[in-house]
Design a protein around this ligand. Sequence first.
Ligand code: FES
Ligand code: FE2
Length: 440
Amino acid sequence: MLREAIPDLSKFVEPDRVRKEVYTDQRIFELEMERIHEAMWIYCGHDSQVPKAGDYYTVQIGRQPMILVRGNDGKVQVLYNRCPHRGNMMCGDRSGNTGEFFRCSYHAWTFKHDGRLRSIPMDSAYAGTRFGKDNPDCSMKKAARVQNYRGFVFASLAKDGPTLKEFLGESRVAFDDMCDRAPKGEVEVVPNCFRVIQHSNWKIFLENQLDALHPSVVHQSTGRAAHNVEKAIAKKTGSAPLAYHMLSAFATVTIDKWDNFQTLNYPYGHCVLTGYMGLRPKDPDTIAYEKTLTKAYGKKRMEEILAVNIHHVLIYPGLSVQSPLQQLRAVRPLGVDRTLTEIWHFRLKGAPEAIYRRSLAYYNLVNSPATLINADDLENFWKCHQGLSSDGGDWVSFGRHFGRDIEKQGRVETGPNMGTSEAPMRGQMKAWAKYMGNGR
Ligand code: FES
Ligand SMILES: [Fe+2]
């Protein structure tokens, strides 16, 4: 129906520019939820968020409130957060443990962890009616598909479509890189996450994730201030803590240096940004960590693992992963101009505590809502949405290095010294148009 209300969606996206309505039109937003977020694989949470039977987290997939829950059988399920009786939301809290079963707070129907109806109080009242344990309409509905890649749980509300592995394709490197850096080969979540509501369309956040052009502009003042302190500490003590480098890099890695990086863009809209600021200093913590990794994997494999050169992986339409620092941001659209981001970080199992502190420092200094880096970005997101809602122009331009993308082996790469190309935005919008056109 919505499709008909928007007569020619293909006119909204051109290879190097996009109509502003793509960010501001309520009808397009509804269609996006239907065709993209409620159809594709969406990240729900990590295995380690729900370690015990009955542990649950509520999560939003498109417009649908869902529950991620660990069952008595150890399996993780994703259910609609809705009671089949009169529609009451089953879990009102963000997370918790539901005990042996779910119990609706309205009329006390109870459900097993996999959503199956367990009991109805005084159920003789329903004798001879359509209600009963055998009627699936009396159970909590499950997500059509739930799959897990190395502990990261995704759900799709569509019963057909690519498997999670096919969908992730090369972007699996985000989880492989993160987990391989752990001497035990897996990570565990550090509860809880930061939650930020941005007053802007969800795509503005995703576009910014691999926008290598913006950091040295937007975050320059923060970077400069940190660089001054870093220099003063180094002068006084002979070396500066790595945490300062995480911030000062925004000033010292100038636009021309960002051009040395590269983006690799994939058909489902995923994208990898290569290159990273030095994470292998010769400090005792790093050396101790390298020894632990060598013990677990051998020297050759340790070198391979630490040589993976990734800054950021964007998994369309709702996940941004910084694997070398074990950070992840999940994007949950709330409305055409409101977007929730959940900012999580992880611990490398088996790695020394100091390596975790490094991840925590990056989490707090760069990704948290308390840092100036985040505030800088949020201000631009809001301003972009305001400008796009105005009559000051009809198009958003993604023309930087347009026509110079290199297509090879099913992916689009940026050319040499074109790391700041707008290829990732072009790739995302190309995927968007495809999803919106045929729902997959
Ligand atoms: S709405 Fe859940 S038991 Fe009535
Ligand atoms: Fe930024």
